[in-house]
Design a protein around this ligand. Sequence first.
Ligand code: SF4
Length: 199
Amino acid sequence: MDISLNELRQQMRLCTNCSLWETRTQVITGQGTLGAKLMLLGEAPGGHEDLVSGQAFTGEAGHQLEEFLQFINLERNQIYLTNTVKCRPTRPSDRGRYGPYANRRPKVSEIKACSYWLDQELKLLSPQLVITLGTVPLSRILGENTSLKERHGVPFFSEPYRTWIFPLFHPAAVIYNQKLKPLYWADLNRLRDFLQSQL
Ligand code: SF4
């Protein structure tokens, strides 16, 4: 029997499928409505989402999102926002902004453990387009050895998920590596054109 988005979120909040449940404050479920044609797929929640807001794409990620949405002429409520991994992956750090932890990239085992939830979201929403931010979500869709350097800015149709995928660099990676900046903005221009022609 099919379940609703709210039922899915309730189940997700109780998940202990990987060890991230031991260090999370809360599960950060996807946000948005079933009518959303677009899904924005990030890597994993950060400290602000986990400890402060309880919502996806807030804090620094929220600022990046606002800039991104403004450029492609969309409102936050037109997009379903979610992450590949739903709990914050951390490592001990004495320089963490949110407690004695820093964010880290999710492990392959954590991505696999969390696959079920993203698959359910994709099934329920059937988005026309999934915009992936960074290597983690793209590898989740295409497999572990995917090269974002080769795939960024080039949309493709995913047969297994019956949706278009548009791979982008992660905005945070662009902040740390300024060489990516012109590539990232060129990709955003392509995305804007793609949205106008396809949706
Ligand atoms: S990251 Fe995913 S699989 Fe792991 S505990 Fe959280 S919701 Fe469950």
